[in-house]
Design a protein around this ligand. Structure first.
Ligand SMILES: C[S@@+](CC[C@H](N)C(=O)[O-])C[C@H]1O[C@@H](n2cnc3c(N)ncnc32)[C@H](O)[C@@H]1O
Length: 143
């Protein structure tokens, strides 16, 4: 994972980040494709992703459940790979992914995400976020 400076609106305005985050609980629309017993709020995963990755990053969740991490990743222009041993959870994950391929639903979900100061704060940030060139190979040469 590549860590970068978190977006200003997630960094507590330049002062030390608070260790308790106040975010909305899961709303009904987040369960539109079915329920997972430990599903997390999209606002929480979005905040974690924006705090620790840059645009275009790959994110892996090897215990993906209903793939809230993946949906959050895709909502903020990151790529995602999820793995789970339960087919039912993968079906929910696939349906959630298909749902946000509809750009109207994608935009609606971005607007519904809680945890931002204003309704369009996330949209404005994503529009300005720079494109990053990622290394495509690892070099283990010790010289
Ligand atoms: C606690 S849930 C976490 C779901 C999701 N990452 C989240 O944060 O909401 C753990 C998931 O891991 C899956 N799981 C457990 N053992 C696994 C294994 N050996 N291989 C793949 N998936 C596994 C379960 O089916 C379950 O959906």
């Amino acid at each position: 994972m590549i860590f970068s400076d978190p977006p200003y609106f997630l960094s507590n305005g330049g002062t030390q980040m608070k260790d308790v985050w106040h975010l909305p609980a899961i709303a009904r629309w987040e369960k539109s494709c079915g329920k997972h017993p430990t599903q997390k709020p999209l606002a929480l995963l979005t905040r974690i992703i924006l705090s620790s990755t840059r645009k275009g990053a790959w994110i892996l969740d090897p215990f993906t459940g209903s793939s809230t991490t993946g949906i959050a990743a895709n909502l903020v222009n990151r790529k995602f790979l999820g793995i789970d041993r339960e087919e039912d959870f993968l079906t929910i994950s696939r349906n959630r992914k298909l749902e946000i391929e509809d750009t109207h639903i994608l935009d609606t979900y971005k607007k519904k995400l809680g945890g931002f100061d204003t309704k369009n704060q996330l949209e404005l940030f994503l529009a300005k976020e720079p494109e990053i060139e990622y290394e495509r190979s690892l070099n283990f040469d010790s010289k």
